[in-house]
Design a protein around this ligand. Sequence first.
Ligand code: HEM
Length: 444
Amino acid sequence: MPHSHVSKHFARLRPKYGDIAYLSVLSQDIIILNSQKAAWEILGVRGETSSGRPIMTMAGELSGYDRFLALRQDGERLRAGRTYLHSAIGPQHSRNYAPDQEEQVVRFLKKILNDPENFEEHCIWIMVTSHKITMTPYLESSTGVMDRFSEAAATGRWLVDTIPLLKYIPTWLPGVKFKKFAALCHIKAREAFEEPFLLIKQQMKDGVARKSLVASYLEESSSRTQEEEEFIMYTMGDLFGAGLLTMSSGILSFFIAMVLNPSAQKKAQAEIDAVCDRQNRLPTFADKSSLPYVEALLWEVLRWSTITPVGVPHRFTQDETYQGLRIKKNTTAFANIGQAAILFDSEAYPEPEVFKPERFLGHNPQPDPRKTAFGFGRRLCPGNALAEQTMFIILARTLATFDIQPREGHKYSISRTDGVVALPTHFEVDINIRSALAKDLLEN
Ligand code: HEM
């Protein structure tokens, strides 16, 4: 089982084994889905049997992260959680955040104007701020929780994931470090989510709470059970964790794509200028349907940056068959979304390495990458509408006001971190205000 460049390793199996490859790793059955068709038919169409998550003894049972929706097994509690998320951040509800988001993006652009060197920091800032608008204003401390989660969930890192009986070893025995680490994960996650939750509850009592998902959930009913309260605490943490890194990856990838593709940048700017009366105003959400090139550029960022290279693994909860192949219950399935695989399949996307928004325009557009980038079937990313909305306004307003240019002497290579979410590694860029008019728009 590879620990780095996983997507590339998985893709190498395709020429020899076709769209589906099978691996057995320490008696664990794993299938790799190397084509859009196989991923869609297995994880989408056969969602009834393929929507569980792999059972991770260390990250789930011992560290308590199985209370996160993303690790929850298929069943009643998952459905209830997803229904709630749909009503909170689904396409209809996300629109309520649009006015606040437009305002925050101006603050983000002012930060870039005054301190362009630290643009990566500002990208994280706008993501955290976006999440605070939509969810809860106080989730700062959950970033540490996410780091610990990554460690607890790392494939092959913990023997107890292979030999679950080890979980019964007493904690006091010398050398039993994994149980101490799991206990720390538990305590810190509770602190990170319980404290902001209790604070908001108190603020509601005092009549000073700001608008947030937690506040509106509590407003709906004054007598929530402890289980319901815990549900909302962890769901908020989940959204923060699942949304923060993915979105940061998308925005940073946009900046590097613009540096490397000046002609796409110019075309998008020309379209925005035509719609916004030659930089007399900033683009808004209401302009979206008049900005097809900007939207295509956003789709191309989602395709080209492959934010989650091998998705989040699913688990079969029953035996299944596909094209005469038998897939056993408990098999883990990875959709190889990443580079060299589904979103870089040269049959679907000719010249896949080239950043080309035009591929989604005209009479014969190439496949919509959102159908892959956000996952599949019953586990499809519940933040997809919010993610797209947030990225659209950041991309449109940044292009309206700034030129993103290569830094002289800086060598660009497209390298990304390994992990469930791949982030572009550090790069430098020159971000210059486009005109006096654009500066005026931001300052006044
Ligand atoms: C461009 C940004 C994003 C990308 C590319 C992305 C991608 C994904 C993918 C591939 C999955 C796994 C789907 C599967 O198992 O088949 C997922 C799950 C999830 N995402 Fe996103 N995501 C993004 C943004 C967000 C945002 C903004 C939020 C919340 C505010 C969010 C919340 C979640 C949650 C809670 C899950 C777990 C769903 C479940 O297990 O049922 N995501 N995302």
